[in-house]
Design a protein around this ligand. Structure first.
Ligand code: NIG
Ligand code: FE
Length: 413
């Protein structure tokens, strides 16, 4: 099926194949063509250009896009979308003044989600997760990373990863699976964290490799969770199985995890609500993408990742939702882009670069998605009629998406 979009008010995020992520000052530019056409052939971007140069094509469908814009769909590089139940009770506790950390210390938080997940069947977990994936696709997400990490036992972690695998098989969006091997220390191993890590890795990695259940590994490097030594051990062990590191780091405390991530060539270092000069320095020149999660800062009322400091230092930055039941129960990337502009002072161009091409790089799918490039998947957002690109973050909370395309097929209706 071939589709031709004609009279596009602005075709946004046009990139050469060689542009795999955007850093520093260059993030202020979002290359585009006004009054453009875009041709999709067999689910892939085949051609584009200004309407003035439009050659006649034989196509199955023509979409007149007068007044509307087209951009690549969102690339959400950090989510925990597969989870069981919710944490509404803890949300109310926090409204009454109990902190996220206090709730975790009292056995709630990640341990709460792990308990519920243990008692949820694979089928039920799939059904609960599928609804969330369907929702975020309609909200414009065309590529997504999903982590395990609420299992905390080899058996439950594998259950989560098999649910992610089923989503990969049954949905057209690009899905990258990450084995979050060290998310929290379960009650059973409070006094023997080393044994917990060893068991988690030894009993799961051979199966993950055999069944091809994940392409990346993750660790929560944080005071009270996992140290830099634990982080190095997990990353090194998983790397032997071909998994690429991605870490949760510098959320509440900066303990040196950024350097560990860069040392192990992590795809990304995520959270960074705190960032020290030495963290910025170690990231410079590396291929590790810093990732900000403003939904988590909003929901937990913790500091926002200092985007200006990171970008003005010449580094790239990606934006992701962190969709999870405890610290960010929303996978709406439109809200993430708005929040990045409003609270982190990113320009609309910077935020869209961060939520598309840089997000794709942060999950290792930069050659498939994230920009309008010939040969990439036709994963696109067609907006409603808008004044300009700025409308997207400016009209926070409004849904300005008219249609989402995944592999060139309309998602809604
Ligand atoms: O990215 N920081 C660690 N993990 C998740 C939250 C987990 C939870 O509270 O369920 C995060 O914020
Ligand atoms: Fe997370």
């Amino acid at each position: 099926m071939n589709i031709l979009f004609k009279n596009i008010k602005e075709l946004i995020q046009i990139r050469e194949k060689s542009e795999i992520f955007i850093s520093g000052k260059a993030m202020k530019t979002l290359p585009s063509i006004q009054n453009a056409y875009l041709l999709i052939k067999k689910g892939v971007i085949a051609a584009y250009g200004p309407m003035s140069e439009y050659p006649e094509y034989e196509v199955d469908e023509i979409v007149d896009s007068t007044g509307k814009m087209i951009l690549p769909s969102w690339c959400d590089s950090h989510t925990h979308l597969v989870y069981a139940g919710n944490r509404e009770g803890e949300f109310e506790d926090r409204i009454k003044g109990c902190s996220y950390q206090k709730i975790a210390e009292m056995g709630g938080g990640i341990l709460n989600s792990a308990k519920v997940l243990e008692n949820t069947s694979l089928e039920d977990l799939y059904l609960q997760s599928k609804v969330r994936l369907e929702e975020v696709m309609c909200l414009g997400t065309g590529a997504i990373e999903i982590k395990s990490g609420y299992g905390l036992t080899p058996k439950s972690e594998l259950k989560m990863l098999r649910v992610i695998k089923r989503l990969q098989n049954e949905f057209p969006v690009t899905i990258q699976a990450t084995f979050l091997a060290a998310h929290a220390i379960p009650e059973t191993h409070k006094s023997n964290k080393e044994l917990f890590l060893k068991t988690m890795l030894e009993e799961t990695l051979p199966i993950i490799k055999k069944e091809n259940l994940a392409s990346a590994v993750d660790v929560f490097c944080e005071t009270g969770y996992f140290t830099t030594e634990d982080t190095a051990y997990v990353l090194e062990t998983a790397q032997d199985y071909g998994l690429k590191p991605k870490i949760h780091v510098n959320q509440f405390n900066a303990i040196g995890g950024v350097g560990i991530g860069v040392y192990y060539n992590a795809l990304s270092v995520d959270h960074l609500e705190l960032i020290r000069d030495e963290d910025l320095a170690v990231l410079k020149g590396s291929k590790t993408m810093p990732v900000a999660l403003p939904g988590c800062s909003f929901f937990l009322e913790i500091p926002y990742t200092p985007a200006r400091k990171i970008i003005d230092f010449g580094l790239p930055l990606a934006l992701a939702s962190d969709y999870n039941p405890g610290s960010a129960p929303s996978g709406n990337m439109n809200f993430i882009v708005s929040t990045a502009c409003i609270k982190m002072k990113m320009t609309p161009q910077e935020a869209i670069n961060a939520a598309t091409i840089n997000g794709a790089f942060a999950m290792g799918v930069e050659h498939e998605v994230g920009s309008i490039t010939v040969g990439k998947k036709a994963n696109l957002i067609l907006t409603k009629p808008v004044h300009s690109l700025t409308d997207l973050p400016y009209c926070f909370g409004s849904n300005l998406i008219e249609q989402v395309y995944v592999n060139g097929k309309a998602v809604k209706n």
